[in-house]
Design a binder for this molecule. Structure first.
Ligand SMILES: [Zn+2]
Ligand SMILES: [Zn+2]
Length: 195
């Protein structure tokens, strides 16, 4: 790793990462809540990245993982590296098994939907449909056994532009010193769970 890359600032101002099978490849989709922010991050930071130099690392610690992403840039003075601590999910495990060494990188815009925004068959995070939620007080779920107090679901819109990633690795804590990007991230951000 070049010394210029170890001085790249770290950015964790995104809300999560989605994994979607789309356009024949798995897509890794860092999520933003604001479309303008996602568009400008793409334009200013990710667009100047050189595809074969983009690295994505998944550092697994128990039931969580750290998403870590960085690249050499054609605009080194404004470059950023990305990191976020996330919960392992079914989609994450599906990506881990199915990526086959390649993925598309896209950015996504994450929108929360309330009961007023959705059709009757939209599914709540409690797994019950919108029609099962009371449109009166608090939108609570009407299933006897359900403790859901407010309907909530979300929608992810993928931005069209994409990069192809071919440098993907899954690491455990014992591997961190072997990987310069991960080691640099740990030192820069002082992960609370690592000594
Ligand atoms: Zn619900
Ligand atoms: Zn429910």
């Amino acid at each position: 790793m070049s010394s210029s890359q170890s001085s790249v600032p770290w950015f964790d101002g995104f809300v999560g990462v989605a994994y979607r099978y789309y356009d024949l490849r798995m897509n890794v989709v860092p999520l933003f809540t604001d479309r303008k922010e996602a568009t400008s991050i793409w334009h200013d930071i990710i667009h100047p990245w050189i595809d074969p130099s983009i690295k994505i690392r998944f550092l697994e610690i128990d039931d969580k993982y750290w998403f870590i992403m960085g690249s050499d840039s054609q605009k080194n003075d404004t470059n950023l590296s990305f990191f976020k601590e996330l919960e392992k999910s079914e989609n994450y495990e599906r990506f881990k098994k199915g990526h086959d060494g390649e993925a598309y990188l896209r950015l996504g815009v994450y929108a929360k939907k309330s009961l007023d925004d959705v059709k009757k068959d939209a599914v709540c995070s409690c797994t019950h449909e919108a029609r099962d939620h009371d449109e009166g007080d608090g939108d609570a779920c009407l299933f006897n056994t359900c403790t859901c107090k407010t309907f909530s679901s979300f929608q992810v819109n993928l931005l069209k532009k994409k990069k192809i990633i071919t440098d993907i690795e899954f690491l455990e804590e014992k591997d961190v010193k072997k990987d310069p990007l991960v080691w640099n991230c740990i030192n820069a951000n002082k992960f609370s769970k690592l000594d």
